[in-house]
Ligand binder design. Structure first.
Ligand code: APR
Length: 258
């Protein structure tokens, strides 16, 4: 990672009033949670058509629940890492800070992040798969049975957004607005392979946000962003936060008053 890039990122954060973070599975990798598309990722070992689509659930709900219950078990026994904690601490540094995540693991919230917008739902909620519309939130681990049942007797389904399903409308709007109004957007640990979520940092940049990527590898978003810092989020984000905090303290009083 070039020092120049790091300094530019720290400077941009030092002068920012509104910041948004857009995160993906990579931020939870250092907590021992597998990503989807990196080596050894979930989609290497599972057919997403079978475990992450409404059709797959219809065909074999037990298989789908085995998949999600195993993911819930892994996250239940995991902890947020320094990357999650750095983002939670950032909330106290800026006038406005929004965390927009594609992750369903809830580790941002467990690290103390206040305003988290979950674009793809959560492993910790479930709802009736039929029409009774019952929502179980929180839906703690372990489930009472696998597959679990709704109080109406029908199956419950995981509270996540599957491929082919719409994102929650209000959360989508809030995420687009928050990122578009941000001075800086941090894109952390995502391949940018899944839309419409991947459109959020690109739209924010079009609205004038300075967009910084943190990823050990090039992603599908890299060429559309302002800056890309190569490395692990658990290492880069705490350092970036410290550098930005130091620089913010040096700002002229007029800027501080804002
Ligand atoms: N720090 C930062 N980035 C990392 C780290 C790390 N420690 N480890 C891996 N990465 C990066 C990888 O290089 C990769 O670009 O995280 C990214 C993970 O990409 P994916 O596995 O594709 O995960 P994500 O982008 O979150 O997937 C998007 O796809 O399967 C669906 O709904 C699911 O929300 C998910 C969406």
């Amino acid at each position: 990672m070039s020092d120049l890039g790091f300094e530019k990122a720290a400077k941009a954060l030092a002068h920012a009033r509104r910041v948004a973070v857009f995160s993906g599975a990579g931020i939870s990798a250092e907590s021992g949670i597998p990503t989807f598309r990196s080596a050894g990722g979930l989609w290497e070992n599972f057919q997403l058509e079978d475990v992450a689509t409404p059709e797959g659930f219809h065909r074999n709900p037990a298989l789908v629940w085995e998949f999600y219950e195993a993911r819930r078990k892994a996250v239940h026994h995991a902890s947020p890492n320094p990357g999650h904690f750095a983002i939670a601490r950032m909330a106290g540094l800026f006038e406005e800070m929004t965390t927009i995540t594609q992750n369903v693991d809830g580790l941002h919230q467990r690290a103390g992040s206040p305003a988290v917008l979950e674009l793809h739902g959560s492993l910790w909620s479930a709802r009736c798969a039929q029409d009774c519309g019952a929502v179980v939130d929180p839906f703690p681990f372990p489930a009472a049975s696998c597959p679990p049942r709704c109080k109406c007797g029908a199956l419950l389904r995981p509270g996540v957004v599957w491929f082919g399903e719409m994102l929650p409308e209000r959360i989508w709007h809030d995420a687009m607005n928050a990122s578009a109004q941000s001075d800086v957007v941090l894109v952390v640990g995502t391949s940018g392979a899944v839309w419409p979520a991947a459109g959020i940092p690109i739209a924010a940049r079009r609205e004038g946000a300075f967009v910084i990527e943190v990823n050990p590898e090039e992603s599908e978003l890299t060429s559309n962003l302002d800056l890309s810092l190569r490395g692990l989020s658990g290492e880069i984000l705490p350092r970036l936060l410290d550098a930005a905090t130091e620089l913010r303290a040096l700002r002229p009083a007029t800027e501080k008053r804002g």
